[in-house]
Ligand binder design. Structure first.
Ligand code: SF4
Length: 473
């Protein structure tokens, strides 16, 4: 995943750019980067794995005196990319995932295009996007060409001498939102970037829309209106987005509370002593559950944050597991002899839930443990961002392989919560997690909590491509 932020201002934009980009830190852990135009293009890229964004970039602020700039926090690529092309010089940041990156890179190399950056054994996706754009007759034409060639999703901010181009991916899976305040425009992935910088959200760009924010007259011009084939990532509201952010004007925290309430409505017969959210992302779902069920919300698991910062990413899975285990501390006095409902945003691999959270509850003397994930079972890896990468990582696929005796391609029966196979899969996961009961959110209630029509949402994680506009793209 990545989060991007851009600003065009009548004053020096350095501080706004650094703070605004910093509010995207939850969207990526590997690289942070900013680029500014200040009579020349200035670009700064830092690794984020051991230090937080602000600390790294504050030392660069004093070198910057530009009025427009772009920034990114990324999981995959070193960005921004700088290119000197027939269209002039530009810098670019991107968010999304290009599914056909290797095919495109091969085609482009056959056309004589070279790549200078690498990214985890592949070409750098942002460089590939930049080089396609550079083949256009102008920037707008180049972005449109890029949309035609790229399968997957790619939202971009492109910094030219004259301003910033902002373009949302063709199906609107990633967000891109315009904000305004006196003397400045901003554009961001996360509206949480706006609040403390006094920007008012104006609107979300349409899928495929391209705008240009001109720094000469601070005007935002629509260059391509885009389309209405919206398939925005549902996971933003359920887990990946920041609670204070709105997407399509719908706040993530409110959706999570609503989702918790809907889970509680289907749990009328469960008599429990307390409701708990797995910190931090299960917390809002737990608030909703507690409001609806009138069971007290308590905090028997606390995070020890002083030495385990949000942006610290341990280098290996085994160290990540130890870190997760050490960071969470259970309060025995709240847990002992109690029947507990545990709200989790989602279950991907299930390993940390099983080995860290559940284990801590049993060791502290919980009487019963009822787990309620706030989305349906994740059956398909995301092909539009980097959230989950392979079938074998998903606990559902391990359950299905155990039930079927082998890996199977067609898992459609397991997407139906009324089917026998679905019940078997959930029971397998329940036993594997070692919990008293397990009940997943259903797709209808998840969609209801978000509040957009089902066809406007990407539900690929749960249904595969059955509801994708992009099917066969
Ligand atoms: S596949 Fe899942 S994570 Fe990826 S964009 Fe769709 S809903 Fe979001």
């Amino acid at each position: 995943m990545s989060g991007i932020f851009g600003v065009v201002s009548e004053k020096n934009c350095a501080e706004t750019l650094v703070y605004g980009t910093d509010y995207n830190t939850h969207m990526g852990t590997e690289y942070g980067g900013i680029a500014v135009y200040d009579d020349e293009f200035k670009r700064y890229i830092h690794r984020m794995s051991s230090v937080n964004f602000k600390m790294r970039f504050f030392e660069n602020i004093k070198d910057i005196n530009g009025k427009h700039g772009i920034g990114v926090v990324s999981d995959l690529d070193e960005q921004p990319i700088y290119l000197k092309s027939k269209l002039g010089e530009f810098c670019i940041v991107s968010a999304g995932r290009i599914d056909n990156i290797n095919v495109l890179a091969k085609e482009m190399m056959e056309e004589g295009i070279c790549f200078g950056e690498v990214s985890k054994k592949s070409v750098n996706a942002t460089e590939l996007i930049a080089r396609i754009i550079a083949t256009g007759s102008d920037i707008k034409d180049g972005i449109e060409k890029m949309y035609k060639r790229v399968k997957g999703s790619a939202s971009i901010l492109l910094l030219s001498k004259d301003g910033i181009y902002a373009a949302r991916d063709s199906f609107g899976r990633n967000t891109l939102i315009l904000g305004r305040k006196e003397g400045s425009w901003a554009v961001c992935s996360e509206t949480a970037s706006f609040h403390n910088l006094d920007f008012e959200p104006i609107r979300d760009l349409n899928p495929g829309e391209i705008v240009f924010i001109d720094c000469a007259n601070l005007e935002c011009k629509v260059l391509n209106q885009g389309n209405d084939k919206k398939q925005i990532c549902s996971f933003l509201w359920i887990y990946t987005g920041f609670p204070a952010s709105n997407y399509e004007g719908i706040n993530a925290e409110i959706v999570r509370e609503e989702s918790g309430k809907l889970l509680a409505k289907r749990d009328k017969d469960l008599k429990a002593d307390l409701v708990v959210g797995v910190p931090d992302s299960g917390f809002a779902h737990a608030i909703g559950y507690a409001i609806e069920s009138k069971i007290p919300l308590r905090r028997p698991l606390v995070k020890y944050t002083p030495t385990y910062g949000r942006s610290y990413t341990p280098p290996s899975q085994s160290i990540r597991n130890v870190t997760a285990r050490m960071k969470l501390i259970a309060i025995k006095e709240i847990i002992q002899n109690n029947i507990i409902v545990l709200l989790e945003d989602s279950i991907v691999r299930g390993t940390q839930l099983k080995n860290v959270t559940v284990e801590k509850f049993w060791r502290a003397g919980a009487k019963e443990l009822h787990v309620r994930p706030a989305c349906p079972p994740l059956l398909f890896p995301c092909i539009y961002s980097t959230s989950t990468r392979t079938n074998s990582e998903l606990v559902t696929r391990r359950a299905i392989a155990a039930i079927e005796g082998k890996d199977i391609e067609d898992v459609s029966e397991y997407t139906n919560p009324d089917s026998e196979k679905y019940a078997k899969m959930v029971e397998w996961i329940r036993k594997d997690l070692n919990v008293t009961s397990l009940k997943f959110q259903n797709i209808e209630d998840m969609v209801k909590a978000i509040g957009l029509p089902k066809e406007k949402l990407c539900l690929h994680c749960w249904l595969g491509c059955s509801n994708c506009h992009a099917k066969g793209e």
